[in-house]
Design a protein around this ligand. Structure first.
Ligand SMILES: CC(C)(COP(=O)(O)OP(=O)(O)OC[C@H]1O[C@@H](n2cnc3c(N)ncnc32)[C@H](O)[C@@H]1OP(=O)(O)O)[C@@H](O)C(=O)NCCC(=O)NCCS
Length: 265
């Protein structure tokens, strides 16, 4: 099971303030449970657009549908807080690979989100491209064979050099670092996963090591330190040579209540 009682396992993520301000000097990371009360799912459904509701309706399982509604609804609430707008009035545009942006703020305000199990990770910043990924570790995967399909030669070698009992966590660390980077670039899987390398060994800090055909690319990116608890691997890649200050916030029910007060179900 992928736990969503993040309050218990991640004490260093602070309860979020009610009012937030985006900044070029800071990156705000938010963790939220998307396994929320059915009544709140109903209310969040009310702030989605028709196309988001249609997308929600296409999920086969109720749990997946509810998690999508919660993840998208909370995103709207968080964006509404940053942009001082009603959550339902936020309008998205998408790049050709599906990365969402706030309409009109594509070049300035960047955000990204990822969900795994019942947990969602969000990132917001001004003036830097950003990407995040979170993965629940509680999955039976053939990590060696998956690595040989998706990782670069350098990453596979680094993984296989580890003692077998360290490989599983290292695999997910590598995976989330790769996903966060391609999501920050907004390229999705159109970008060759074997064409760049990130750090793999638990003793190495998260880093973009090299990108094929782009010799200066690695020095242009940073990974933010991120601990999503013992059951998850997570990564956040941000563009720029400067190390931004990172704020770690847990979503709070009070923020939901404040925003959903008066929203018809
Ligand atoms: C779509 C993709 C960008 C992320 O997919 P994912 O890991 O399944 O999903 P996550 O939960 O991390 O992220 C989903 C969110 O990313 C955002 N997103 C979608 N396309 C994006 C893109 N091209 N760039 C950045 N963000 C994107 C959306 O907000 C989406 O949220 P939504 O589902 O509520 O609309 C893409 O990288 C993918 O399909 N990956 C598959 C995983 C894989 O095979 N990895 C190989 C191991 S390295």
């Amino acid at each position: 099971m992928c736990p969503t009682k993040y309050q218990a396992v991640i004490p260093n993520w602070q309860p979020a303030p009610i009012s937030v301000e985006a900044s070029t000097e800071e990156v705000h990371l938010w963790l939220a449970s998307i396994d929320i009360a059915a009544a709140d799912v109903e209310l969040l459904h009310g702030i989605l657009t028709n196309d988001e509701r249609e997308r929600a309706a296409r999920f086969h399982f109720e749990r997946d549908r509810n998690r999508f509604i919660a993840g998208r609804g909370l995103l709207r609430i968080l964006l509404g807080g940053y942009l001082r707008k009603p959550p339902a009035d936020i309008s998205f545009t998408y790049n050709p690979n599906g990365k969402p942006f706030v309409r009109g703020l594509e070049d300035h305000f960047d955000f990204n989100l990822s969900h795994s199990g019942g947990l969602a990770l969000y990132a917001f910043t001004l003036g830097h491209r950003i990407g995040v990924d979170v993965e629940c570790l509680d999955r039976e995967l053939e990590v060696e064979s998956l690595a040989s399909r998706f990782f670069s030669v350098q990453e596979v070698a680094a993984l296989m050099a580890l003692p077998p009992h360290h490989r599983r966590k290292a695999f997910f660390d590598c995976w989330t670092r790769k996903e966060a980077y391609i999501k920050a670039r907004g390229e999705g899987l159109s970008f060759g996963l074997k064409d760049f390398s990130v750090s793999v060994a638990p003793s190495d800090p998260p880093a973009l090591l090299n990108v094929s055909q782009e010799p200066k690319e690695a020095e242009r990116w940073r990974y933010l330190p991120i601990d999503a608890g013992p059951s998850y691997a997570a990564a956040a890649a941000v563009e720029g040579k400067m190390n931004p200050r990172t704020r770690y916030w847990r979503f709070r029910q009070e923020i939901l209540n404040k925003n959903l007060n008066g929203v018809p179900a």
